[in-house]
Design a protein around this ligand. Sequence first.
Ligand code: DX5
Ligand code: ZN
Length: 220
Amino acid sequence: KREIIIAPSILSSDFTRLKEALDTIKDSGADWVHVDVMDGHFVPNITIGPPVIKCIRRQTDLFMDVHLMIEKPELLLNDFIEAGADMITVHAEACTHLNRTLQIIRQSGIRAGVALNPATPLNVLDYSLELVDMVLIMTVNPGFGGQKYIPQMTAKIKAMRDRINEQAPNVLLQIDGGISTDNIAEVTAAGANVIVAGSAFFNAHDKAWFVSELRKKSAF
Ligand code: DX5
Ligand code: ZN
């Protein structure tokens, strides 16, 4: 059985106690920390930016997976890179020159991801797959934690898994939004291997149990 990567999102933590949240993620046995950046334009919510990410970097050695839900991410890429991101994921819908943006991220020595909203078809990646380390299929419309998984996304995950297996088998397939112990079997059977969990992780009384339950129920 291949391993899945579990990436709790600090979006659902108490932002006044970020250090505790990072330690909780580390102690739970999860693999990455997922950091949601929102600008109030691309999505109807605002979260944190490079200064806070720089502080997070000083407080944890977890792999930092930065999900940019912002318009024109190319304008701020250097700030996020210098803040210490290990991977930056941009939305295809937010980039006029997606391939250039992905190249800039990779040239800086970190990993590059591309995210698709639920309504965005997979073919926007036809000429980009060789430039990415990860594809993120959004399983909710981004902007908020605690939303419900959109069931139609299971078929989309499957279709993306087929493309990855054919064209770029090392590319990671991440999913984000509404993931819990109830649907982990379904999404991993469809082919997801990087799992973001926000509210389900922070609402779990026993985080280590939650993480091991995700691994146990995973079909991947
Ligand atoms: C949604 C964010 C997610 C969010 C997931 O816009 O990109 O990362 O934190 O939260 P849950 O797991 O609660 O849906
Ligand atoms: Zn996210």
